[in-house]
Ligand binder design. Sequence first.
Ligand code: NAD
Length: 290
Amino acid sequence: MLFFFAVSLKQLLLFKISNMANNLLKGKRGIIFGALNDQSIAWKVAERAHEEGAVFVLTNAPIAMRMGEINGLAAKTNSQIIPADATSLEDLENLVVKAMEILGGKIDFVLHSIGMSPNVRKGKHYTETNYQYYNQTMDVSAISLHKTLSTLYKHEALNEWGSVVALTYIAAQRIFPDYNDMADAKSLLESITRSFGYHYGIKNKVRVNTISQSPTVTTAGQGIKGFTEFINFSEQMSPLGNASAVACADYCVTMFSDLTRYVTMQNLFHDGGFSNTGVTQQVIEKFGNE
Ligand SMILES: NC(=O)c1ccc[n+]([C@@H]2O[C@H](COP(=O)([O-])OP(=O)(O)OC[C@H]3O[C@@H](n4cnc5c(N)ncnc54)[C@H](O)[C@@H]3O)[C@@H](O)[C@H]2O)c1
């Protein structure tokens, strides 16, 4: 009896796993930036990419490594970690060269999941921005994508039909006051995606896209003032509700796979419908008594 129970439990587990994973990334090599802790979107992407058969290296700023949580993810996904400050061309050069050595060939996918604003962190109002901080916001959150792409380009490190995805937010198109100078950084990030996507497409058929994700509870997300209220507002303004980090990881996996080979230079909304919603009945009703 116990034996049958154990066998059917095993079958159930195998069925569940085989149902979730489809080897969409089998044989693909990647670089994943930005896994800080198990809330990070990049963390979920690494888990899903591993399930789908990819091999990859993990990278983050040396300072973020001090927390050490990334070691657990590396062990779980059989991957190595190469520290790199994404604003340093020297670090990126080392990352790209070492990644190809470790993985045994050219790269097929890259996730840019990096964001940081000293103005947001220090509570500086947008109208009174500190310009040194502002430059840092741009460098870390946007120009780092250009630096990464140009390093990959220079080393011919990406295979044909390779796919680069960077994560962004709709504040690039519309004002969300507390998002501060991160909105400007995201606009630049999306512009770099189009411009580099053009050049890389012509040269190597490489795809470059951004995914514009719903507000998500992560370390970077929670740094935004009024985040809890905002996440609830967004939930009620999205016909499907806010997209989770795991759902974002699923979308990233499809963008890395061969199923989306002709999608490039796009900003892809992954937001439960928020970006095309003027208002919802739920939100309208909140104003009934005013
Ligand atoms: N959380 C949200 O609500 C949300 C919504 C839309 C888009 N995004 C974007 O998703 C991406 C990932 O953020 P997250 O929400 O998973 O938060 P997170 O805090 O887990 O990830 C941000 C990462 O950026 C890394 N980073 C910062 N400075 C760096 C540097 N100089 N070099 C290399 N890495 C550096 C951090 O160490 C961290 O791992 C960001 O681009 C963010 O703007 C987040």
